[in-house]
Design a binder for this molecule. Sequence first.
Ligand code: NAD
Length: 284
Amino acid sequence: MSNGESHSSLDANFTFCNSGRVEEIPPAQSGGNVMLLNGKTAVISGAASPRGIGLATARLFAEHGARVAILDLDQSAAQAAAESLGSGHIGLACNVADRNACLRAAEAAIAAFGQIDILINNAGITQPLKFMEIEPGHWDAVLDVNLRGVLYLSQAFVPHMRARRRGSIVCMSSVSAQRGGGIFGGPHYSAAKAGVLGLAKAMARELGPDGIRVNCVTPGLIQTDITGGKMTDEMRSEILKSIPLNRLGDARDVAGAYLFLASDLSAYITGAVIDVNGGMLIHG
Ligand code: NAD
């Protein structure tokens, strides 16, 4: 430090100006915390579920200064979730598997906020089926929400992001894609989430020159309502044996990874996949 003072990185940011002096940039702060998304706007799909990853992410983003648009199947649930964040946020009905619904939601979010900086493709469903139990309807339902939804919702926002030459898109995959299921979702869920990894990497390659980053998160078992109460204590303790951190994940654990990938902290990261699984996938 040229002035001989020491500062904690949470107290101030520094930069070198042309004269070589270190200049202090006032950090955006609230309640003593650095705000990573000050002035930014985010759209999060599948974010109305009270114990879900989407709403935990919306809360964390709002704490970091973002205005958030919550998209979910039910308009009043989306609105209630948005209101629970405080003022300045919005809730919109959007079935991500419906292309026109995605276009309408994008139009409404852009009109409400003027700009969209971040898209979190979080919506998803699962079904605990064995391979031979998968009927065409199961396949369609799971692939439509988890994979087609990423395509449609991203396509709805990319023209806006391209025009601004900036944007961060984060897509929800799963450890199920990496290890071939075996936890809760069926093979069709693994296939859909593996498809998300390929789609997101291809998007990262194509959209990088437009200033748009695209990354994925691959959570392990996170305690939300997606298992529909079908997770038994026996299954839980069996799973715990394979997790070095010796606990299941919380929605907030995934929200933190989303926050990093949404924020400028990850400005040079695209096409990446971040595991949020307590070490479940460490290779020997
Ligand atoms: P959740 O059931 O609490 O949340 C899913 C949300 O998506 C719900 O609010 C639901 O209404 C919404 N949704 C469902 N279909 C939709 C559609 N067609 N359009 C818009 N919204 C829709 O579950 P969660 O665990 O918070 O899941 C969030 C994401 O995380 C999902 O993509 C899931 O596959 C993924 N994931 C979860 C875990 C886990 O262990 N919980 C692990 C890995 C990945």
